[in-house]
Unconditional design. Sequence first.
Length: 306
Amino acid sequence: MTQWSHITRWFNTRSKRVVCVVALLAIGITVYRAWGHRGMHPDVFWALKKSSQSRAEVVVTGDSRIVEGVCPAAMRRCLGGLRVLNFGFNGIGYSEQYLAATLRALSTNGDRRIVIMGITPLSLTPRACRSNRFSATPDESPQKLAFCQLVGQAYFGLDNLRGRGFDSRDAENEALHWTYHEDGWVASSLVSTDSREEVHKYRNVMFRDNQVSPAVVARVAEFVRRCASEKIEVYAFRPPATPALDEVEDSLGGFDERSVAATLQDAGAKWLAFCRDRYDTWDGCHLQSEPAAVFSEELAGRIQRP
C-alpha cells in the first residue's frame, strides 16, 4: 500500500476530516490576524449586519451617509459602555421591513435603548424603500453566517499575506477604498476629493420620478411613536453634506427639512441640528474616516444625557 493510500484512508474518517478543516481555518485566521486586521469581507459584513438581533443599546439607521459617516467606536468613548451598532445600508429607504429589523437589532435589556435615525431625502423615497442593500442581502442561517465569517477571514488573511490588504476598492476609482468593520461602520478613504460628484448625480439621476413620499414620512413617524410607547429614545438628524447638494435635494427631491423635523418631533423624536458643511467628504456627502470619527463623537455628545 502506497503512502498516499494511507493518507486517504486516514482522511476518510469523518471526525478526522472535521479536525483538518478546523485546523486549516485556524491557520488561516492566525495568518489573517498576524498580518493586520483591516476589516471584514463585504458579503459577510452585510449578511451579519442584516441578521443582527439584540446586538446593541444604540442602533444607528440610515443610508450610505450613515454607513460611512457614523463610527460606533468613536461614539462608545462618549457613551459610558453602551454598545453601538451602525445599522446603515447603502441606498436604504425606511421600509416596514427595515424598521422592523432595526428593532430586532436593538438590545432588549438595559437602562437606555436608543435609535438614531439619519434622515436623508432619498431615504424617504419609494424607490429607496424598494431597492437597496438591505433588501438585496440574502437572509442566511446563523450557522452559515458563522462559517462564512471564518472562511472569509481565512481567505482574506492570505490576501494580507500577499500584501493586498483587507479593503475594497472602487472599480472606477482606484484611489477610493473602504474598510468594513464588525460594528457596522465602513471607513472610506480617498486621496483627492470632488464635492461636485454627487451634486451632478443627484441632479440628473437620483430624483428622477422619485421624490420624498408623505407615506414614508408617516411610516417613520409611526415607528417613532411605537418606540416612545416602549420607552425607546429616538433621535433624528440630517447627515452632513455640502450646501450645493442640500439645494438639489430640497428642490428636486421635494424635501422640507423643517416639516419633516416637526413631524418626527411631534411623534416623540428629538431632532438634532449640526453645522453640516464643516466635515470633509469625498464627494459632497460621504464622510472620510477621520471626519466621520469627529462627527460621531459630536453625535454621541448630543445624546450622552437622557
